[in-house]
Design a protein around this ligand. Structure first.
Ligand code: G6P
Length: 446
């Protein structure tokens, strides 16, 4: 391979300039000659706007990267080296429903956690498995790098229900946490190393090192002495931790853990936001409209700084670093979602886990962690059971399995409420859940 072909499905996303910037920066090492941005009919206008901006960015950089825009996924996939997926089935309107409906029942409404995460998985997994089928036929040697949320559940489904084995799930949370901690310590990110292990949006920093020295308790001390704020992502309120709790936990939670450990406060905050500025998806919808207005400007040839208002900070670095290391066999350590294979004890071998891996041309090699500390082990296992069950519901369209997933999720209080939320959300998302509403007794997706 001396030139690389990348296909980005969901290419009309407002995040695409992040990716372009990342590929431009690394062009000397990672010669992406062809970048195919693929979208669906409803995304055509966005695809054209963001595609034109991508072309201006590439032209400014003076590199021979050809940007193709298409609605024909199969055409794009032929002979691809890497396929990235960043799609949102049902667009932001579906996310608004995921965030709003649970609130009516006193339950957290969130893009990737609780009932919202379940439904995002139910909508997304069949589409991703369709892409896998096309890849088997059209680019069987390509790597699938999935950023589509819920990234852990989607990776799990690909690992267990498709023939694509070269898959890596990717998220910006670990790199975001590392940069947050570096800032808190007042040092460059490159001096900080964190041993990450867990699941996507359920990952813990087990140890934090500065220049090789273990500074975990120093970091936890700073996080609990009231002197710092902003240790979160743009999409999650920076709710302060109870100092004694965090000290007792002894490991670094990720920003999403607030939904589990601060459920009541986060719920109240969500409810208030939904009555005022809107849920996160409603805020993002406005932000996106503004971003696309900026992207339309024919003078714009860089990634606009306004994109930093989104939760996906460092996403391009995470994605491009991963692709670069797979391509160049770098052997560096990155935190990604892969098949467990015994790396975390007590999680099935064939399940997806998020942890530090050595990235080689043969794929990420997990750095085994063994048992997770007792205080976090149970929650990780419970969420894994939820994700496994949710993935099974997504491929079968089985109501009872979906109900079971809802009930075992720790953010849902009881079977009765779970059923009410499930019924309302199934109806609300009907058009994007064909497997749940088919009339003939068809076989499952796989
Ligand atoms: C974080 C998560 C991503 C998620 C994003 C949402 O960065 O890690 O998985 O997509 O937030 O950000 P948004 O701006 O869409 O709320």
């Amino acid at each position: 391979m001396n030139s690389v072909k990348i296909v980005t499905i969901g290419g009309g996303s407002s995040y695409t300039p992040e990716l372009i910037e990342g590929f431009i920066k690394r062009y000397n090492e990672l010669p992406v000659r062809e970048l195919w941005l693929v979208d669906i009919e409803e995304g055509k206008e966005k695809l054209e706007i963001v595609g034109s901006l991508a072309r201006r960015m590439v032209e400014k950089a003076g590199i021979p990267m050809k940007i193709h825009l298409t609605l024909d996924r199969r055409e794009a996939l032929k002979g691809a080296d890497f396929v990235t997926t960043q799609l949102r089935v049902g667009l932001l309107d579906a996310r608004i429903k995921d965030e709003k409906i649970p609130l009516k029942y006193g339950v957290i409404g969130q893009e990737t956690n609780g009932p919202g995460g379940l439904f995002k998985g139910l909508r997304t997994i069949p589409v991703i498995l369709g892409i896998c089928k096309d890849m088997e036929e059209l680019c069987p040697d390509a790597w699938l790098v999935n950023f589509a949320n819920p990234a852990g559940m989607v990776t799990e489904a690909v690992l267990r229900y498709s023939n694509i084995k070269k898959v890596v799930g990717l998220c910006n949370v670990p790199v975001g946490m590392k940069m947050n901690i570096a800032e808190l310590l007042g040092v460059e990110g490159s001096r900080v190393h964190i041993d990450f292990a867990g699941l996507n949006h359920m990952v813990f920093g087990l140890n934090v090192y500065l220049d090789g020295g273990n500074v975990t308790s120093q970091v936890i001390g700073k996080l609990t002495d009231g002197s710092v704020s902003g240790v979160t992502m743009k999409n999650i309120k920076d709710m302060q931790w109870e100092p004694e709790f965090l000290q007792a936990l002894g490991v670094l939670p990720c920003p999403y853990h607030r939904y589990y450990y601060q459920t009541r406060k986060m719920f109240e905050h969500e409810l208030e936001a939904s009555r005022n500025e809107g849920t996160r998806a409603e805020v993002v919808k406005k932000l996106e409209a503004e971003l696309f207005e900026l992207y339309k400007d024919p003078q714009l040839d860089i990634k606009p700084p306004q994109l930093e208002q989104r939760g996906g900070a460092y996403y391009s670095d995470a994605a491009c670093n991963l692709i670069n290391s797979l391509y160049n066999d770098k052997g560096d350590i990155q935190t990604v979602n892969v098949r467990n294979n015994g790396a975390i004890a007590g999680i099935p071998d064939d399940s997806a886990v998020e942890l530090n891996c050595v990235i080689t041309k043969d794929g990420p090699k997990p750095l085994a962690v063994g048992e997770l500390p007792v205080p976090v082990r149970g929650l990780v296992q419970q969420i894994k059971s939820f994700e496994r069950t949710a993935a099974e519901a997504a491929v079968t369209g089985d109501y009872k399995i979906a109900l079971m997933a809802m009930v075992i999720n720790p953010l849902v209080p009881s079977d009765g409420i779970a059923k009410q939320i499930l019924d309302e959300m199934l109806e609300a998302h009907r058009e994007h859940l064909p497997l749940f509403f088919r009339t003939e007794p068809a076989a499952a997706l796989v």
